[in-house]
Design a binder for this molecule. Structure first.
Ligand SMILES: Nc1nc2c(ncn2[C@@H]2O[C@H](COP(=O)(O)OP(=O)(O)OP(=O)(O)O)[C@@H](O)[C@H]2O)c(=O)[nH]1
Ligand SMILES: [Mg+2]
Ligand SMILES: [Zn+2]
Length: 361
């Protein structure tokens, strides 16, 4: 079948009426990718968006529906490929607009790709004890590191005396970032997020347990949508459930990217992002007289000097330190957990004489 792909290029004349979004636009095919496709023959190498990555291969979505591909190293959920039908191994991976990744356990050098081409990270906290400026900064650091826009959603506004107070505190931490207070259970909750979830826009959620991520996901996916079952976190209980697709089309037009790796991201590896969010302090710290300056009472401390002249808020230093400590702790904890899991798997294999199956994470 010969398809007319000319419509995937920007319209040559601007007087034309807006078209209905087509299948590729709904999958997030945007100018950034269209430009990369350049003058390639898109009928021969149709664009596909990776919706799932497994050891055995990839699942991808395109104008003609779903397709299974052989494994491709260096490809992650959310990626765009120009699929070479004749020689799949020659398919082209397009440059990413954004990328979540983390260092693989143990090595410190290899990295694990988590998700690509997310447009907006919804950072979810609640108008209660979950609210914590340092945690918000941590999530902002993750978004910063990935190159993704963030929006802060403060749920359980209905159960709080002073949701506006929480919103103000969030805004103080993240001046450029939109902050919303909401009741995730309210029928209008999804509509409040629609601005970020328009056709072809990809969103992902992070936040502590119990803040309302699943509630919001269900609201966005629509009641009774069969797909919501696939988003449930059965795999966190170690069950070998049939794998759920990880990139979901929302009825409102956007895409939801939800992977186990994305959910774990909240825990680890934001060192570079922290440096980005606290670039001012890190720049000062480099001017301290001693390289290992603790910024307490050491002579020649540029950080203390900035506080003394009123250029730096002391609370911000405290939060920077706490985040760095937390990052170190969580990274170490993750390494320990993985080492423990590995030892456990080995024990099981020895005990059963079987090769324990390992899931991709
Ligand atoms: N009153 C009120 N309850 C909420 C709101 N958002 C979530 N809840 C409730 O809080 C509980 C936890 O919500 P979930 O959506 O399961 O939280 P989660 O972030 O997915 O939690 P994990 O899956 O453990 O990470 C549920 O009982 C929700 O009904 C809200 O805005 N207002
Ligand atoms: Mg949940
Ligand atoms: Zn110092």
């Amino acid at each position: 079948m010969v398809r007319d792909y000319s419509r995937f290029f920007p319209p040559a004349d601007t007087g034309a009426p807006a078209r209905e979004p087509d299948a590729l636009q709904r999958l997030g095919w945007q100018a950034f990718f269209i430009r990369q496709a350049g003058h390639l023959d898109l009928a021969a190498t149709p664009p596909l968006r990776v919706s799932e990555v497994q050891r055995s291969g990839l699942t991808a979505l395109g104008a003609d529906g779903e397709i299974t591909l052989p494994p491709m190293p260096g490809v992650t959920v959310g990626d765009w490929l120009l699929h070479d039908r004749a020689r799949p191994a020659r398919s082209v991976l397009l440059d990413r607009r954004s990328l979540f990744r983390r260092r693989a356990a143990g090595t410190g050098r290899e990295e694990q790709l988590i998700a690509a081409n997310v447009d907006t990270l919804f950072i979810v906290s609640s108008c209660n004890n979950d609210f914590n400026p340092a945690r918000l900064e941590r999530y902002l650091a993750l978004a910063h590191e990935a190159g993704v826009e963030a929006a802060i959603l403060l749920t359980k506004a209905d159960a709080s005396e002073d949701p506006g107070g929480y919103a103000d505190r969030a805004k103080a931490v993240a001046r450029q970032v939109p902050v919303l207070t909401l009741n995730a259970l309210e029928p209008g909750a999804a509509a409040r997020l629609q601005g970020w979830c328009g056709t072809g826009q990809t969103v992902a959620f992070v936040g502590s347990s119990g803040v309302g991520k699943s509630t919001l996901v269900n609201a966005l996916m629509g009641a009774g949508a069969a797909q919501t079952g696939a988003i449930r976190e059965d795999d966190s209980r170690g069950r070998h459930t049939t794998t759920a697709r990880q990139l979901h089309l929302m009825p409102g037009g956007g895409l939801l990217l939800d992977t186990p790796g994305m959910r774990e991201l909240q825990l680890t590896d934001a060192a570079e992002g922290i440096a980005g969010v606290f670039a001012d302090i890190e720049a000062l710290a480099r001017q301290c007289r001693f390289r290992d300056c603790g910024h307490d009472s050491e002579p020649g401390c540029a950080v203390r000097a900035a506080v003394d002249r009123g250029a730096l808020e002391p609370g911000r230093i405290a939060r920077w330190r706490k985040l760095l400590a937390e990052d170190r702790f969580n990274s170490a904890a993750l390494h320990e957990r993985r080492a423990r899991d590995k030892a456990f798997g080995k024990m099981v294999r020895n005990a059963t004489g079987n090769k324990a199956k390992r899931r991709d994470g």
